[in-house]
Design a protein around this ligand. Structure first.
Ligand code: BJW
Ligand code: ZN
Length: 235
């Protein structure tokens, strides 16, 4: 199975990749739905919806600030590094990520589509200004120069994805010879819909996950294991 998947990667001229929280798990960052995942101990309705944030911005910000600190202290894994190498080999490569942690950028990946935004940006709910904010936030909840409340620049449930993001992802998937799906439970849409799209478009789909997903039975290669081990082996 691994050798056949390696051949599919080797033969592909255009590759698209979809990553999820599992790829950052090996950097020590909790996932959402696995054991020890965020949604096992927190209600996503309180933390990852506009309604939850509006009810208690301080509570949501305390969670985001704790995550930002953990991510700042983390290092990209061997899985992140393998995707940088893969990009260097190919003329056309798109890394579509659901992760907001910025570890793909820090590892050195270039052509990244961030479907769910970026935890290092903040946006003002009053004037709409957006900026990158890497340091520790001194005041919680943080405020804009205009006095408005700042929110994390991530995509919550019920919200639109960043402008153009899903369109770029769809084009990359439809034109790819191979589509690698790593470390995602594939339960959140529209990100998960890229998998059936790749199958319809005739791409060789390679899934990397220690667990099965709803798509494991449909993809060409379902590689069971950790992405920090399997992604380097694929190259
Ligand atoms: C390893 C590993 C290792 C462990 N190596 N692997 C169609 C049908 C039904 C519902 C909808 C639909 N279309 C839209 C919706 C609504 C909703 C949705 O999808 N709901 C579902 C839950 C059913 N989607 C939305 O609202 C989206 N917006 C949208 O569609 O706008 C248009 C619209 C609006 C209103 C109505 C209808 C349409 C927005 C979704 C935003 C998701 N946001 C979050 C939070 C981001 C901010 C933050 O980080 O705080 O994004 S939720 C969370 O889940 C986060 C993740 O990016 C996302 C995906 O999670 P991921 O990455 O898959 O992580 P896990 O934990 O689920 O899985 C980890 C996997 O790794 C597991 O499988 C492990 O086995 C594996 N793993 N260790 C490899 N070492
Ligand atoms: Zn403002």
């Amino acid at each position: 199975m691994l050798q056949a998947a390696r051949n599919a990667v080797h033969d592909a001229r255009r590759i698209a990749v979809l990553t999820g929280a599992g790829v950052s798990a090996e950097s020590g960052i909790p996932t959402f739905r696995s054991n020890g995942g965020f949604w096992r101990n927190n209600r996503f309705e309180d933390l990852a919806t506009p309604q939850g944030f509006a009810r208690d911005p301080l509570f949501a910000w305390q969670w985001y600030e704790e995550r930002r600190r953990g991510i700042a202290a983390a290092q990209p894994s061997a899985g992140h590094a393998a995707l940088v190498e893969l990009e260097k080999r190919l003329a056309e490569f798109t890394l579509i990520t659901q992760n907001v942690d910025g570890l793909h950028d820090r590892a050195g990946s270039k052509n990244i589509v961030k479907l769910h935004g970026d935890i290092w940006t903040v946006r003002c709910l009053a004037c709409g200004v957006e900026r990158t904010e890497h340091g520790e936030l001194t005041e919680l909840p943080p405020r804009c120069a205009c006095g408005g409340l700042l929110r994390p620049g991530v995509v919550w449930f019920g919200e639109q994805l960043p402008e153009g993001a899903i369109e770029r992802a769809i084009t990359a998937v439809q034109t790819s010879d191979a589509f690698i799906v790593a470390g995602t439970s594939a339960q959140v849409y529209p990100a998960a819909s890229l998998i059936p799209l790749a199958l319809e478009s005739g791409a060789q789909v390679i899934e990397i996950n220690p667990e099965t997903t709803d798509f494991s039975g449909e993809v060409a290669f379902s590689l069971r294991g950790n992405s920090a081990v399997i992604l380097p082996q694929l190259l």
